[in-house]
Design a protein around this ligand. Structure first.
Ligand code: ZN
Length: 132
């Protein structure tokens, strides 16, 4: 089964915690054991799994990505969002979660984040669940 989450972002760079929505989709699926793939079909937004307990962690990740790919750094891409493309490639476009006993294994502090790098926008997140 596949489900779509629509996520509205509010700033240019933002980490949106979508753990609760992903867990609801897994719960609604009734799948006890399997794989959940979270995929973002965008070139300026990605997905990552990291600590959701302390919100400072996500902000630190955004700050570090900004240092690696500053907004203005003499890029060739003329659209003005080259940094967002680079940041998206650094974090990647998908996350695979193992479902065990109806819940994703995320560790004690882990969460799933949509990583916005060229917002604010309406983003689409695909959640595919495979039983097995
Ligand atoms: Zn672009």
């Amino acid at each position: 089964m596949i489900r779509i989450l629509n996520v509205k972002t509010n700033t240019r760079m933002e980490a949106v915690d979508i753990t609760a929505q992903v867990m609801k989709i897994i719960g609604d699926s009734g799948v006890e054991n399997g794989i959940c793939v979270v995929f973002v079909p965008h070139t300026t937004a990605g997905v990552t799994v990291n600590e959701s307990y302390d919100p400072s962690v996500a902000l630190d990740i955004l700050d570090a990505l900004e240092k690696m790919a500053p907004r203005s750094a003499g890029y060739r891409h003329m659209e003005g969002n080259a940094d967002a493309h680079v940041k998206t490639s650094l974090v990647g476009n998908s996350a695979s979660l193992i479902i065990e006993s109806g819940r994703p294994i995320l560790g004690r502090w882990g969460g799933v984040f949509l990583m916005e790098f060229d917002g604010p926008r309406e983003r689409t997140v695909y959640v595919k669940i495979l039983e097995g």
